[in-house]
Ligand binder design. Structure first.
Ligand SMILES: Cc1cc2nc3c(=O)[nH]c(=O)nc-3n(C[C@H](O)[C@H](O)[C@H](O)COP(=O)(O)OP(=O)(O)OC[C@H]3O[C@@H](n4cnc5c(N)ncnc54)[C@H](O)[C@@H]3O)c2cc1C
Length: 376
């Protein structure tokens, strides 16, 4: 019997576990289906929120801005004087969060009886709990077992590789727009050090190894010359969560709870914010209170941003190479800095006054999207 059973040892599950460990005193168990911590991720996080939660835990590089490249190769550089984002080593962060926790690796949730408050695992264990927390990422193990996960889409599919001995500017993330390589989303290069990077292709359609190879051969080598290709990994990001993330005896956090930026697929900072909120509700529950109220508490903080992001996301699905060229051209005429991407900025208000309403709307959505991409 445990007080809190957490399913999934990603950033959400481990942050929650380490918050609760102090209060629940050894009665929190985390199960993780993989044998190792960490999964495929570019590891780019907005500095402000991350720093307020984890300081410089796991930070391997600091980012000041970005180069955005159109399909034909025109580009615009957007820079800030200060660091705006961190690149983290996910393995390092997860390892440090997991220290001292009761963590069972290689154990998968395979069944759940909420009435009996009992979980069944791949190690043929029946685990009784007071509260179960779904933190299983896009696989949604708990919400599926409970029947609350109904939204399958939108999903972003990604293939990413690590490269070494590459010449690059380690201050700048590179964003490539091209409907042929990454339809509906972007390809990226995130520097992880002076001569290292994570390079990925993400799309609203499944991505094949061919897409990644095409991107490396036709685009990246053109800008960066030769490099050594290390491991290739794939993953997906579920951009929308279930209608509810709470019940009498369960909570959902992180990607399983839909706590992801729909514009960028970034889920690390939202997971940190929401697992802190979830742990407050669980602490109260352990003192005789209720879990109900968690859903509206985190929605109050992130709901508006997620709703607006989903709208922008839908719009991005309709953009093609013609629009990407136009956007990069218009942006380069402004020579923007990152500060220009505020809603009250000159750039933003100029876009609003463009006489063609449709183009102005698309451009504003694009500016919002870029700001999110560059600040994690
Ligand atoms: C290629 C790629 C690049 C990304 N880049 C970024 C980025 O730059 N910045 C950013 O903020 N976000 C990024 N993301 C998204 C980010 O990785 C997720 O939003 C974030 O990891 C969500 O954290 P989580 O803890 O909710 O889920 P996860 O990190 O997915 O952790 C869930 C854990 O649950 C485990 N699990 C699943 N099912 C079961 C089960 N039945 N039983 C037991 N355990 C189970 C999984 O093995 C996993 O370890 C990226 C995602 C991908 C795929």
């Amino acid at each position: 019997m445990v007080e809190v059973l957490v399913v999934g040892a990603g950033i959400a599950g481990l942050r929650l576990g380490s918050n609760l460990e102090r209060k629940a005193d050894g009665r929190v168990l985390i199960i993780e289906e993989d044998k190792y911590l960490g999964k495929c991720c570019a590891g780019l996080v907005g500095k402000e929120i991350y720093h307020s939660k984890l300081e410089e835990n796991g930070v391997i590089n600091k980012i000041k801005g970005s180069i955005v490249r159109s399909p034909s190769g025109s580009e615009v550089e957007i820079r800030s004087k200060k660091e705006v984002a961190y690149v983290i080593s996910r393995e390092e962060v997860l390892k440090s969060l997991s220290r001292g926790l009761d963590l069972s690796m290689g154990e998968r949730l395979i069944g759940l009886d909420l009435r009996k408050k009992e979980a069944i695992t791949s190690k043929e264990r029946r685990i009784e709990f007071d509260v179960i927390v779904g933190a299983s990422g896009g696989k949604c193990a708990v919400s599926r077992a409970l029947g609350v996960m109904k939204n399958e889409k939108p999903i972003l599919y990604c293939l990413q590789c690590e490269v070494e001995s590459i010449s690059l500017d380690k201050d700048l993330v590179e964003i490539y727009l091209n409907e042929k390589i990454s339809p509906g989303f972007i390809s990226y290069l995130v520097p992880t050090g002076a001569e290292r990077a994570r390079i990925g292709v993400c799309s609203n359609n499944p991505v094949s190894k061919n897409n990644l190879e095409k991107f490396l051969d036709e685009v990246v080598r053109k800008h960066h010359g030769s490099f050594q290709l290390k491991r290739i990994e794939g993953g997906f990001i579920r951009l929308k969560g279930p209608e509810t993330t709470e019940g009498v005896n369960f909570l959902l956090v992180g990607e399983e709870g839909g706590q992801v930026k729909p514009t960028t697929g970034g889920g690390i900072n939202y997971s940190l914010i929401c697992s802190d909120i979830a742990s407050q509700f669980i602490e109260r529950f352990l003192d005789g209170g209720k879990l109900i109220g968690y859903h509206s508490a985190w929605k109050k903080v992130l709901g508006r941003e997620i709703r607006f992001g989903l709208m922008v996301r839908r719009m991005m699905d309709f953009l093609g190479n013609r629009e990407y060229e136009l956007m990069v051209k218009i942006l380069s005429e402004f020579s923007p800095s990152l500060d220009d991407f505020r809603f009250d900025s000159h750039l933003y208000s100029t876009m609003r006054t463009i006489s063609n309403g449709r183009i102005s709307g698309i451009l504003r959505g694009f500016a919002f999207w870029l700001r999110d991409l560059l600040t994690g």
